[in-house]
Design a protein around this ligand. Structure first.
Ligand code: NAD
Length: 279
């Protein structure tokens, strides 16, 4: 039976530290969220970010644009926020409506305000092993791993998924932590065999319960990033009920990576504010 990595509890600890730092420094960091269109899940995520920001004493301002917005209108809003000295962090909630080039918009955010860490500069710094602002979900995953296992040196890590938001940046972070990293994806052959060789599995492919008990080496650490909505219920990419009997540590969904992602976004915004104010 594995130990549960409680993302909710870890996120509370992080938020508590940020709230204390905000009070001590007598600041109110401001996070701007660009929200385009009517995606229902995006509206829920943004509400959650606003609530978490308020809990630590941060101001989260949501800038909404209609579904019909064109590239130039979104870019103009990002430009305006870049030039607003009162804004410390900017994120563009993904996904953006069809036909919009999200990577171009995200890379317009000033690197020092890019608190999702997904722009070309911050993503490049991470890939070079010289991280600046690190993407929130990967940063949360690494924190969870280190809180469970401590030093990760020499461990075989398998990341299932190669997106710019999770798979690629978390692979860079694991590499920077001296793991031997394999990145698996939709074209990987014998995924079960690949996964079974891992000391650490990061499941981030959006395939409900794909990681089964017989895909996991005894004592492996399993982090489930997946958020899949099935019949109104949320499930991860790991078959938790099976895998909990074989992993040494496992993160649940919900209550695992999700709360850590929000906490790390808030942490990035807090640190960006301190840096901008020279504190
Ligand atoms: P994505 O769709 O951009 O990428 C999915 C990746 O998985 C791709 O690289 C693809 O090659 C790979 N993949 C797809 N099917 C596969 C298969 N059968 N076998 C192996 N690899 C496969 O998704 P994403 O943005 O990286 O998100 C992945 C999952 O994590 C989703 O469920 C998403 O909702 C979730 N997510 C959660 C958080 C969080 O805070 N908990 C944050 C971001 C994403």
């Amino acid at each position: 039976m594995s130990a549960i990595i409680d993302g909710k509890a870890l996120a509370e600890e992080i938020k508590q530290k940020i709230a204390e730092g905000i009070l001590k420094n007598n600041i109110v960091p401001v996070l701007a969220v660009v929200l385009v269109g009517n995606n229902e899940a995006s509206h829920i995520y943004v509400k959650n970010k606003k609530k978490t920001a308020a809990e630590v004493g941060m101001d989260c301002r949501v800038f909404e644009l209609p579904e019909s917005s064109v590239q130039k209108e979104i870019e103009a809003l990002v430009d305006k926020l870049n030039n607003d000295k009162n804004i410390n962090g900017i994120i563009v909630q993904l996904p953006l409506p069809r036909g919009i080039d999200a990577n171009n918009i995200i890379s317009l955010i000033s690197p020092e305000k890019d608190v999702d860490g997904l722009g070309v500069y911050n993503a490049g710094r991470l890939a070079m092993g010289e991280p600046n602002i690190v993407a929130a979900t990967p940063k949360g995953i690494l924190y969870m791993l280190k809180s469970a296992a401590g030093d990760l040196t020499g461990k075989n890590a398998v990341v299932v998924g190669r997106s710019n938001i999770v798979g690629r940046p978390v692979s860079s972070l694991l590499l920077n932590s001296d793991c031997t990293v394999t990145i698996a994806h939709s074209k990987t052959k014998n995924l079960q065999e690949v996964a079974k060789a891992a000391d650490i599995i990061i499941a981030a492919c959006g395939c409900p319960k794909i990681i089964k008990k017989d895909w996991v080496k005894k004592g492996a650490i399993v982090i489930d990033v997946g958020i899949n909505r099935i019949d109104g219920k949320i499930s991860g990419d790991v078959d938790f009920d099976e895998v909990k009997d074989i992993a040494s540590y496992i993160s649940p969904v919900p209550g695992g990576v999700g709360p850590m992602t929000v906490a790390m976004l808030i942490d990035n915004t807090y640190n960006a504010c301190l840096k901008q104010l020279g504190k």
